[in-house]
Each structure stands twice: as C-alpha cells, then as structure tokens.
Design a protein around this ligand. Sequence first.
Ligand code: TRP
Length: 460
Amino acid sequence: MTNNTRENFSSKLGAVLAAAGSAVGLGNIWRFPIETGQNGGAAFIIIYIACVFLLGIPIMMSEFFIGRHTHTNTAGAYRKLAPNTQWKWVGRLGVLSGFVILSYYSVVAGWTAEYTRLAICNAFDGKNATDFPSIFNTFVSNPWKSVSWMFAFMIVTHIIVIRGVKGGIEKFSKIMMPALFVILIVLAVCSVMLPGASKGLEFMLKPDFSKITASAWLSAMGQAFFSLSLGLGCLCTYGSYFRSDTNIGKTALNVAIIDTFVAIMSGFIIFPAVFNAGYAISSNDIGPSLLFITMPNVFQQAFGSLPLLSYAVSVLFYFLLVVAALTSTISMHEVVTAYVSEEFAMSRRKAAAIVTITCSAVGLLCALSFGPFSEFKLLGMTIFDFFDYVSSNLMLPIGGMFISLFAGWYLDKRLLRDEITNHGTLRVPYLRMVIFILRYLAPIAIAIILLNQLGLFHRG
Ligand code: TRP
C-alpha cells in the first residue's frame, strides 16, 4: 500500500479519543486497583502518577512522532528511520508483543462479556460471598464457554478494525469513550455515597510512605507502561494516522490525563465499595479475582436492600469493562494488522483475517489453560500466566527502553525537535526536559525495572 491510500484520523479530538481508548482498558479498571491495593494505597498512587508524567509522556511522544513522521506500521517505521540497521527489530518485537497480549487479553475480555450477560440476566441476585468463587471457577474452567466468549470478542474487534481507521476505530472511540466516562462517574458517585466509604477514600487519599518498598516503585513503573499502552508500538501505529498539525505533546498529555483519571475513578468505585462490604485490603480479595469474585458480591451487599440499584450498578460496571477492553483490543489488533497488511502488501481485510484467526488460535490455548490444559506449565506457569508475565514484564519494558534510546540517541535531534514543535510552529518549552528524560532517565529507570523483574536484585 502506498502512503496515498492511508487513512488519517479526521480530527484532533478523534486522535485523542482513539489513543485514550487504547490506553484505557482492563489495565485501569482491573490491574490498577489491584496494584494499588497490594502496594499500600495513596502513596503508591502518587508514585504511579509521577511515573506516568515523567516517564510515560516523553515515551508516548516518541511513539507518536516516530509513527507520524514515517506514516507506516511500527516495524516499517524503524526501517524507514534507520535503514539497514537492526533497529527494525524494535518494531518487530512490538508487533509480536501486540500479538501475544491480544491473545490473552481477549480471554479476560471474554470474561467481562460473560459477566455482563450474567448481570443482565440478574444471575447475581440473592447470591452470597460463598457462591461467587464457584460461579467464577466453573465458568473459566468450562472450555466451551470461555473459548466462545474469547472468540466472540475477537470477532467484534475484527469487525471494527476492518471498517478502517476513520469509520471503525475513530468512530467507535468517539461514541464509546464519552459513554465510558458517564458510566464511570455514575458508578463512582454511587460508591462514594455508601456507608463506610470514608475508609476506602482514606486508603486512596492519605499517603503512608512507610508502606512503599523498592518493589512498589517498580510495580508503579510497570503499571504506568501497561496502562498507557507503551512499549509495543500501539501508539506509534496510531501516531501514523495523525495529521501533520496534531500537537504531539498536547495529545500525549491529554491521553495521560484521561488514562489517569479513569484509573483513579476506578479506585473510587472499587475501594469504598470493597471497604463497605467489609473486605480486608491486601488479602486475596484484592487479587486477580477482584472483578469477578469480589465485586459481584460487593454489589449484592452494598446495594442489596435496593435490588434495582444493585442490578443497574452490576450491569453498568461490566458493560464499562467490555467497552474499555474493546477499545484496547482494537488498538492491539490494529498494530498487527497494519504490519501484516503493509509489510506483506495485502489488503487490510485479508491481513485482519489472518490476525484474527492466528490470535484466536493462541487465545484458545490461553483460555484452555484454566481448564483442560491447566497442568501444562511453561517455567512453572500456565500458558496464560506465562504470556502475561513475558509480555508485560519483559517485552514491554524492553520495547520502551529501546524506544527511548532510539528517540534520544539514534535519531537526529533536529528531527525530534521538528516533529515535536511541528516544524517550529509550536512553542514547546519543555523540549529539553523531554530530551533529557529520553536520553538518561527513562533508559536507566527501565533497565532497573528489568533487572529487578529478572530477579537480579531481590525476590518478592
Ligand atoms: N493499556 C491497555 C489497558 O490499560 C492495554 C493495552 C492496549 C496495552 N494496548 C497496549 C498495553 C499496548 C501495553 C501495550 O488495559
């Protein structure tokens, strides 16, 4: 495909909402409260926010301008900017990570769809704390159900992606992101008004720095990467659809603000409700089963005396998760589809079909690793856990580190300056700071996370 046939986002708002759609996902509503709960609450949130703004924004800006400058998929982008070098592997690693994350992410996304169905059918009514673990375990270990939902999610993602950048991704994000904000605010208001909510609020707002350990710093950085969709070229691919007058710094700032806002609001939904229901933070209740075992019970207990309210809150909550997950799965699908279509010169439709089929096959293995394949282990982890571990803990940080080295050291500083200032038409007073972060702070900080992940510092 030539550049002439490539689409762009039609407006600046569309570009921001599409990128924010990628960033806002299960990472915000599922992973963020878990990380916050396990790492001590408010103090963790402060460190997380520092990571988002200090490390996240400069790397996001790099992804955006690398994409916009080259107008091509992430692997092609590195080849264009650094021909005949090994930098193309950064792009290829990104495509591979996108593929892997999409495969297991769509399994959890499928769970959110099943829980939306259960909520709509009022299946949580009258159930108590002892019922929810078995509802969840029976569901995930049933191969047909979880595989069908994973597959359904992949098909919906596919349909949106083949409708193209403007008609599919941008249009969907423009409708769904505002809907998501409304649901989020309604749920947060309900939750904050619960009796006992103040304990939850205190947990989120009153920092206790004595709880911050070295590993909390590292978790905060890892969470910032995952939540902002950094490190695999997702935002580089979206950047390639930006128009030349898009203000890259401002877009990155807006995306980071929206993403952080959603994460904090999710905390305002989850913590007051969890404290109201009498759960103890930092126990198993706040682990990965939070959304599927703890939360349905919380809704029953918190709003149980008003059945209609508890019904509405459950349906809205799971629908919110489906929407958030979907805008993220389309962004990962797009990374791989743009790569296959442009690098192997085939139509978007054909490329998307190949991606959907192969990703579903891998997703199938991930889904079955909760049931029939649960005994099959890679390095002591199930297939699902292995993919999650390798992609978020290794591939994303490695990708992020190389992106910052590429932008900070390899690329000509003039190119970086021209892109960020739109050829001198924008005043960007923070440009020097961005360059400093890309050159020194980000690569060093990420190297530390990586060494830690590999267990070089300590375990635990
Ligand atoms: N950021 C998304 C979330 O919070 C997930 C996601 C989408 C992602 N694209 C990504 C994570 C690229 C890392 C890299 O759920």
